[in-house]
Design a protein around this ligand. Structure first.
Ligand SMILES: [Fe+2]
Length: 206
């Protein structure tokens, strides 16, 4: 776990220096290796075995959260047949490592021209329908050991679907940096509409 924390701190400091583009271009191999290494440690395995529950449709088990939101590690569990709503990770890097089950990741790349629209939406409380038309990526089938990545310009909108009607779908997220209400890193949810359009959802529409 220490290597994973050290690498997450390093990535965050480079993000502060170079901006979000750093998160698109750095070498993902070390953080991937340190994630797998952390998951092989007995202390983390014991913690997961003791605390992982699936009493809700979607549950989150915190592993490590930094008070300054520089990074966060958490395990998400989707109950059988549950879909995690489509959401974004503005200016964030996320490594998702599947621990258990059979799932699908749906992903979209938001166009640069639509980012401004999205940012305006985040700043205003005026109720009006705002749509974006992102590029839809091929669906990824995920099973235990699968890894997928989210970066500021690649697959920044995503959704996870539990493909199994009997088993939970469980994955660990390594998030650098984390959501932070004091920055532009706030979450937006989307609803799929026809013609590849996505409608941005207000908090009260969730
Ligand atoms: Fe996510």
């Amino acid at each position: 776990m220490q290597n994973l924390i050290k690498e997450s701190k390093r990535i965050y400091s480079q993000f502060l220096l170079h901006g979000p583009k750093y998160l698109d271009t750095f070498d993902f191999q070390p953080i991937t290796k340190f994630t797998i290494e952390a998951l092989q440690t007995k202390s983390l395995q014991d913690y997961i075995n003791k605390n992982l529950t699936m009493h809700q449709e979607i549950s989150m088990l915190p592993i490590q959260f930094e008070p300054d939101n520089s990074f966060a590690f958490a395990i998400f569990t989707l109950a059988p047949s549950v879909t995690m709503p489509l959401h974004d990770h503005p200016d964030m890097f996320v490594l998702s490592y599947v621990l258990h089950g059979d799932g699908i990741r749906e992903g979209w790349n938001i166009k640069q021209t639509h980012l401004e629209k999205l940012n305006q939406f985040k700043k205003t409380s005026i109720q009006q329908d705002v749509m974006v038309e992102p590029e839809e990526l091929p669906r990824l089938s995920l099973k235990a050991g699968s890894i997928c990545y989210t970066t500021p310009s690649s697959c920044n909108l995503h959704s996870f679907i539990n493909n199994s009607s009997t088993e939970p779908f469980v994955f660990l997220d390594i998030i650098v940096p984390h959501y932070d209400e004091n920055t532009n890193r706030t979450i937006t949810y989307f609803e799929r509409k026809k013609d590849n359009q996505l409608k941005l959802l207000q908090q009260d529409e969730l």
